[in-house]
Design a protein around this ligand. Structure first.
Ligand code: PEP
Ligand code: MG
Length: 835
């Protein structure tokens, strides 16, 4: 990895690119970065490096840093049209520069009158470099602007991958139809149009060659409107890449969206399951509507009144939505209401309107500046609020543009919505339409969007990658959010079979629900207990409706995420008692607060950690805050019936963690004069705990496998990493071997063992867990009926053999294939036609 720090090239207000009034920069097509509204007309080098020659361009400079990263500073928007007027070059292209060297002087007054906007993007245009941290708000020249990271340091002109001399090369001669030639925006569109293809593509102009994926390299060609360039392509998809560029260069299309949206992608696209289920239907593309927002308003009074009306309309809509929703959805809507009412946010917007901004622009400035500040905080909850703010911005701008609040895009009944990413409010809106499913290119299985889709029973896939964005509107899709793939344009026979299979699944689900209240015994009579994971009292009743036999994991930190002060003992007791009451005398496993890592808590601000997942979380945080743990243990001890309560300790790494909790539990029992000691369990969610399971089993009453963290730590994959989500599979044989060891040790010690991580909700994984000797799982409530049906179809002896073979596999994929082969014909496989 090679990191580079960029400094502000001029003083001014720093904002996210999303605020730049130009779709190419706004959508990051030209590159990742920020923009500055300059308050001084002198552009200085943002880093050490070489000034890249850019023909004819005075309004933009590019510096190639010593590690090969190329940084573009583009002064103002649409300034190419000024043909250099108002700009004076202070340094010769090709020359070495030091950070802070003056490069261009520009006439701020002149630009303010003639440019579309003064917002000046500072972006990284090397495709393999990403922005790690970025500043926001007021900056002086030379202040920290952003940190950029690139996987490998590459020198040279961005020519990219080397070409195989023997590979077939195809070429086309294309006329540049862009009004100002191949300047920043068209260059970025070229790069974006090529993104779906792997081909190596070069543009040749007057004997000079430039890598077509590098906007800076393209700009350095200096090709103007009417010039002819030669495009050469080789490698996989070369012809398709050329066709995409032909379309882009064609005058009629040059101004439209990049060609990547026009190319259907047949076959199967793997994705991450966010909400289980199936759907068959036509593709309905959903691009987040770009609401056109004029910068300047028509007078403060009118603009203020318009914003107030829009905010009122949004709040009224949200309040009615709040009354109709439950659980996560309700909490989310409540957060949006609070933000829409926030006086500081409204004041900020008023300030902008006083300076002449339109209502929409003022609201956007206010929300984005606040969101940027929140997003920069090292606090996951605050980052979520930042995402909520952007969501709210979108809702308010929609109303200002004349749409009804919460209006859902019109989708055909039964369509499968394909989008880059969805905002939570968009998922809420989708619930009121008749769409059959959702698939997004980005996102993760634990995002708000995923949680809301699951709560609404809307089958959803996420992290499907850019390939889904190439699917054309109306193409037939099969969304399999049971196995995690999207099938594009399947043959009619297969489609019919899939539709039949979905109908069968629906009836099966109804039958499963009816049978969910009976115990689950395998065919050879082994009882498999299925409990529920809970995060609030409200969920307990729903879990029982789905046949839960108790709660195997209450994530108590979820109860207090938003609190500013630690919850007092009494309040905790009341909350736990509510859940215990809802469960009757069924087991209630209360996990002590798993604070830290991906679950920071407002009342316990953590110090900044380089690797929070490896830092002060779970029981380690409790060791640092013993009073909080003491209050929680005392609260648990006072819950009735005492025999139903179990205490579970998260992030244990050795027996001393358990001894610490046990000692405190005993002290509290003595203080309260209670004879009964609740069962004490250890979460096995670190490789250390799995490897020391014997020592833990000797110190406690039961072990509970937290396979989410166990997989994260064993596979060294951050569980929140969006691009690695598909690889984070707890069925990886390395994780399975740890589970096998824990199950064996627990049995040898006569202690209970269960799985409470997401693997416990995975029907496909159940045979292998049962085979490894796990007879209790704690699952997401909605999966319990299916898990019970699956358990009833198993034979424990056969499962043991299957588990033995699973442990010998070399990858999670191989394990899943083995399990899929073994489970046929139950559940009913998706067959028919070719696949
Ligand atoms: C786990 O890690 O598997 C687990 C159940 O704990 P959490 O997901 O709350 O970290
Ligand atoms: Mg965990």
């Amino acid at each position: 990895m090679s990191r580079l720090t960029l400094l502000a090239p001029f003083p001014g207000w720093c904002m996210p690119l999303a605020e730049v009034p130009d779709p190419v920069f706004q959508q990051g097509m030209a590159g990742d970065g920020v923009a500055i509204d300059p308050t001084e007309g002198l552009l200085r080098a943002p880093c050490d490096g070489e000034l890249v020659p850019m023909k004819e361009a005075r309004h933009a400079i590019s510096v190639r840093a010593n590690n090969g990263v190329e940084v573009l500073v583009h002064v103002g928007i649409d300034t190419v049209a000024l043909a250099g007027q108002g700009f004076e070059r202070l340094a010769e292209p090709g020359r070495a520069v030091r950070a802070g060297d003056p490069l261009v002087r520009f006439d701020l007054e002149f630009l303010a009158r003639h440019a579309k906007s003064l917002a000046s993007p500072v972006i990284v245009v090397s495709g393999d470099a990403v922005t790690r941290r970025a500043a926001s708000g007021v900056l002086r020249a030379g202040d920290f602007l952003m940190e950029v990271e690139r996987a490998v340091a590459v020198a040279g002109d961005g020519a990219g991958a080397s070409r195989d001399a023997g590979e077939a090369r195809h070429s086309r001669r294309l006329v540049v139809a862009f009004a100002h030639g191949l300047h920043a925006r068209p260059a970025a569109q070229v790069a974006a149009a090529l993104r779906p293809f792997q081909a190596d593509v070069q543009l040749v102009f007057r004997g000079r060659e430039a890598h077509a994926r590098s906007p800076v390299a393209l700009m350095t060609l200096g090709a103007r409107a009417g010039d002819t360039v030669e495009v050469q392509a080789s490698g996989a998809g070369a012809l398709e890449a050329l066709a995409a560029l032909e379309q882009l260069f064609a005058p009629a299309i040059a101004a439209s969206a990049p060609a990547r949206h026009a190319t259907p992608a047949p076959g199967r696209i793997d994705a991450v399951i966010a909400s289980r289920g199936f759907a068959v239907g036509p593709c309905a593309r959903w691009e987040r509507p770009q609401v056109a927002v004029a910068e300047r308003g028509a007078g403060e009074a009118g603009e203020s009144a318009a914003l107030a009306r829009a905010l009122d309309a949004v709040v009224i809509h949200l309040e009615s939505l709040h009354g109709q929703s439950r659980g996560e959805a309700q909490a989310l809507v409540a957060a949006h209401i609070e933000l829409a009412r926030d006086p500081q946010l409204r004041d900020r917007a008023s300030g902008h309107m006083r300076r002449g901004d339109s209502a929409g622009h003022a609201w956007r400035q206010a929300t984005r500046a606040t969101a940027a500040t929140l997003a920069a905080l090292d606090d996951e909850r605050m980052r979520e609020r930042a995402a909520d703010l952007l969501d709210l911005e979108h809702q308010v701008l929609g109303v200002l543009a004349g749409h009804a609040p919460g209006a859902a895009h019109e989708f055909a009944q039964g369509a499968i919505v394909v989008a880059d990413e969805l905002l939570p409010s968009q998922v809420l809106a989708l619930q009121r339409t008749q769409v059959a499913g959702v698939c997004t290119a980005r996102g993760g299985a634990t995002t708000h969007m995923a949680i809301l889709a699951a709560a609404a029973g809307l089958p959803a896939l996420v992290a499907a990658g850019d390939a889904v964005l190439a699917i054309a509107e109306g193409v037939a899709l099969v969304l399999d959010a049971e196995q995690g793939f999207l099938e594009v344009d399947p043959p009619p026979a297969r489609r019919a079979a899939l539709e039949r299979s979905i109908d069968e699944r629906r009836s099966e689900h109804a039958a499963d629900l009816a049978a969910a209240h009976a115990p689950a015994l395998t065919r050879d009579g082994v009882r498999i207990s299925v409990l529920a994971n809970l995060g609030s009292a409200d969920e307990a009743a729903a879990a029982l409706e789905h046949g839960a036999e108790g709660c195997g994991l209450l994530r108590t930190e979820f109860l207090y995420l938003d609190r500013r002060e630690a919850p007092p003992e009494d309040e905790q007791r009341r909350e736990y008692q509510r859940i215990a009451d809802a469960l009757g005398a069924r087991p209630l496993t209360i996990r002590t607060m798993d604070i830290g890592g991906d679950k920071p808590i407002a009342f316990m601000p953590a110090e900044a950690e380089e690797n929070p997942a490896l830092g002060l979380r779970g029981v380690r945080a409790s060791l640092e805050q013993p009073d909080l743990l003491r209050a929680q243990l005392a609260a648990i001890l006072r819950v009735a019936p005492a025999a139903a309560c179990r205490v579970l300790v998260p992030m244990v790494t050795d027996a001393s963690d358990l001894r610490f909790v046990k000692r405190m539990l005993d002290e509290e029992r003595a203080r309260l004069g209670l004879a009964h000691r609740p069962l004490l369990g250890a979460m096995v969610e670190t490789p250390a705990a799995a490897l020391l399971a014997d020592a833990l089993a000797a110190e406690c009453d039961f072990l509970s496998l937290g396979t989410n963290d166990l997989a994260q730590y064993t596979l060294a994959i951050d569980r929140a990493h969006p691009r690695l989500a598909a690889r984070l599979d707890a069925l990886h044989p390395a994780v399975l071997r740890l589970i096998a060891r824990v199950a064996e040790v627990a049995q040898a010690h006569g202690k209970g063992v269960s799985v409470c991580g997401t693997l416990g909700s995975d029907v496909a994984a159940l045979p292998v867990l049962v085979g490894l000797g796990i007879h209790e799982v704690s699952a997401v409530a909605s999966t319990i009926p299916r898990l019970k049906r699956a358990a009833r179809q198993l034979d424990a002896a056969e499962c043991r053999e299957l588990a033995r073979r699973a442990l010998e596999q070399s990858s999670a994929k191989a394990v899943r294939e083995l399990l899929a082969a073994a489970s046929a014909p139950h559940p009913a496989p998706v067959t028919g036609g070719s696949s």
